[in-house]
Design a protein around this ligand. Structure first.
Ligand code: NAP
Length: 498
């Protein structure tokens, strides 16, 4: 199927509007069946240098194009993504494994972001304010930063790139984008769309290659003034410290240990449905996936029964088969990490009540599949309740009260998403105030962010920036304060006059 969707067997870098081949490549494997889909360039730092030179030149001109005209390119990109939605979704399922329904949802997020950020072309609001002195005008405005670098993970190969590149481009920057080596096809498709939509050469450049080569070169390149990174905590911390040494702006979106709280007054059927979708959708490989359920002890047994019944119904397999609800794990290393945590959970004394094993029979053997897993009677301090597993593994933690539930939710090093199921209005308002995460859901699971709201988290999830929403513009713009004195004389601010 890949042959019919992709024109080439080998992808190329996209630099200064040209498709540039490299000598070295690596194979891109479909995690559902082990087949090689395409070959991706393994570039070296030299490709980053070439891309940055092109981007610097292009950005100077791009910044002078009026923002509403820049936005028209994004509108065209959004329309083209809409036309190609099914093709993009199928390719996304092949390279990443997520089931087709979710792949369509991810492409839709990109489309939404294109239209939302196109609107920013007519806003990009600054402020006009009164000046302290007579006959003086003052205002603030957003300015592009210049050349920006974006580094993206494999688990959302197109949505995350749109959260970063669309605000960067509408604000007048040029972009160097390094996609994850596992999932390069969406980058190829999006670059092609930008090319056909008429984006000037050099404004968007895609450089494929390993993080340790291309990513590292971007982080250390003097002319890349912003790094916007989404990925693991270890990589992000390292990037932040390297950027810190260079006084380079860095935006980090990293891991999560997200919880669903289920109170004694909750609608348990609804809660079970929300938990199943958040925990096992994308095989748990979402930064916002639920991996803890903090449940009031009075309803624990009833909730557990419902979850076990729902887990039984989950169909697992290749995401291109629309009857499947849970797809594969991205690669062998991902599978091994999950297995390691199953062992840890057992040794810590949590009770394994569903799954806990690799699926290896028949067609499963060709891909990387893990059975949806449920631990119960976990305690908040266990490693399975503290560390990001990034797989279909959920732990039930019983608590005695609402206050304890909030404390357990907040007692982890991450702060991305949280949710509470309750029918008590007072608890709803207390919870949205006290849950220490960047995203809070009430009577819904921990996934399902909308692009016009800020996306990101507190504590170890990030460093205070946000992807998507109008807040994304803060990453890719500098503020300039402008004072215009039309008094015809020298007026000195803050200096006492007689
Ligand atoms: P990762 O290993 O950190 O990789 C992310 C990106 O960084 C990849 O493109 C990778 O390149 C690159 N990279 C690796 N080493 C680098 C280095 N030394 N310098 C510069 N770039 C480098 O993360 P992942 O395993 O792909 O992604 C999963 C993680 O992302 C999870 O922790 C998940 O929670 C997090 N995530 C967070 C959000 C959020 O918004 N909070 C959203 C989605 C995912 P290569 O892989 O090509 O070498």
């Amino acid at each position: 199927m890949a042959e019919t969707l992709l024109e080439a067997k080998k992808l190329n870098n996209f630099i200064d509007g040209n498709w540039v081949a490299t000598n070295e490549t690596s194979d891109v494997i479909n995690p559902a069946n082990g087949e090689t889909i395409v070959h991706v360039p393994l570039s070296d730092g030299g490709a980053v240098d070439t891309a940055v030179e092109a981007a610097k030149k292009a950005q100077k001109e791009w910044a002078k194009v009026p923002a509403p005209q820049r936005a028209e390119v994004l509108l065209e990109v959004g329309n083209m993504m809409k036309e190609r939605k099914e093709r993009l979704a199928q390719l996304l399922t092949m390279e990443n494994g997520k089931v087709l329904e979710e792949a369509r949802g991810e492409v839709q997020e990109g489309i939404d972001m294109a239209f939302y950020m196109a609107g920013e072309g007519r806003r990009l609001f600054g402020h006009t304010t009164p000046a302290e002195l007579p006959n003086k005008f003052s205002m603030s405005q957003r300015c592009p930063v210049g050349v920006v670098g974006i580094i993206t993970p494999w688990n959302f190969p197109i949505a995350i790139a749109t959260w970063k590149s669309f605000p960067a481009i509408v604000a007048g920057n040029a972009v160097i984008w390094k996609p994850a080596t596992e999932t390069p096809i969406m980058a190829h498709e999006l670059a092609k769309i930008f090319e056909e939509a008429g984006l000037p050469k050099g404004v968007l450049n895609v450089v494929y290659g390993k993080g340790s080569a291309v990513g590292d070169k971007m982080v250390h390149h003097d002319d890349i003034r912003v790094i916007s990174f989404t990925g693991s905590n270890d990589t992000g911390r390292n990037i932040a410290s390297e950027c810190g040494k260079q006084l380079k702006k860095v935006s980090l979106e990293m891991g999560g240990k997200n919880a669903v709280i289920v109170m004694d007054d909750a609608d348990l059927d609804l809660a079970a449905e929300g938990i199943i979708w958040s925990a096992y959708g994308t095989s748990g490989q979402r930064c916002t996936a639920a991996s803890r359920v903090i449940v009031h002890e009075d309803v624990k047994e009833r909730l557990e029964e419902r979850l076990l019944a729902e887990i039984e119904k989950l169909t697992i397999g290749d995401g291109l088969n629309e009857t499947n609800k849970v797809g594969p794990i991205i690669n062998k290393a991902g599978l091994e990490k999950i297995q390691k945590y199953i062992q840890i959970g057992k040794e810590e004394g949590a009770k394994l009540v569903a799954g806990g094993y690799v699926l290896e029979d028949g067609d499963f053997a060709k891909g990387h599949y893990f059975a949806p897993t449920l631990f119960t009677d976990a305690t908040p301090d266990m490693r399975i309740a503290q560390e990001e597993i990034f797989g279909p593994v959920l732990s039930l933690i019983p608590v005695k009260s609402f206050e304890e539930a909030i404390e357990v939710n907040n007692g982890v090093s991450y702060g991305l998403s949280s949710s509470i199921f309750t029918t008590d209005a007072n608890r709803v308002f207390q919870a949205q105030r006290d849950l220490d995460t960047g995203i809070v859901y009430v009577n819904a699971g921990t996934t399902g962010a909308e692009i016009h709201l800020p996306f990101g988290g507190t504590k170890g999830t990030g460093n205070g920036h946000r992807d998507s929403g109008v807040q994304a513009l803060d990453v890719f713009t500098e503020w300039k304060a402008v004072y215009i004195d039309y008094s015809g004389k020298l007026q000195r601010a803050q200096i006492d006059t007689e």
